[in-house]
Design a protein around this ligand. Sequence first.
Ligand code: ZN
Length: 277
Amino acid sequence: MTGNNQHDYSRLCIHTITTRPWAFEKAAVSFAKAGVRGISVWRDALQGREIAEVRRLLESLQLDIVSLCRGGFFPSTDPKRRSAAIDDNLKAIDEAASLGAPLVVLVCGSAPDQSLAESRKQIKDGIAACLGHAKSAKVRLAIEPLHPMYAAERSAINTLEQANDMAESLNSPWVGIALDVYHVWWDPDLEKEIMRCGRSGNLAAFHICDWKSPMLDMLNDRGLMGEGCINIRQISNWVDNAGFSGFREVEIFSTSYWQQDQEKFLEKIKLAYLEHI
Ligand code: ZN
């Protein structure tokens, strides 16, 4: 059995949304004090703050800034909204560059009043329209395949195979893939597609949490690692075997955990990380 050495948090990253009740500064200081080494910043955490100051704080805490979440939402039947989405993604790239985040995670989007194929085409066009800016800002865009239950509104990219196809066809060092166990754990082709993703150099980020059964809410009832039915260690080993050596990012949206003491939740995250990865 592989796993972490005791107390090895060198690859542990936490998303700011995971401890949403905490103000950004409180989250950053608490993560650093707990020995967490990486942080992924959600754009809402930047609201009303000077990005340069946020960056200084994170650097002074010696936290690695892993990614900015999130861009995307490209598809729409309305061309004005598609163009506004591209503008917003260009802005996200600028924010990531100011923050010192090497990656913007994309929730690619979907429009229920058009076909998935059309939404996928608009996603590809939208990403392509941002690539020049991504390159000059040296910020990579990561396509995150989302579970098929979100296909109508949140993403028309629903399997790692589709994400691999799109990343490979865009064929740019500024495009990669964010793999989230929550979205892909059920996929019979997962191991094969993770290896493919690694071979093509597209594996850019790895998100962890668990899938609870029963699940009370499609969005905000994610489990802590070990609380659900995902074999996280197996997927994590596949990801490592595919050549990925980056952070394992804890991304949990949970109304239930958000109502609890966040200090205790952070301790639970650390224990679950050691036990289940
Ligand atoms: Zn994710």
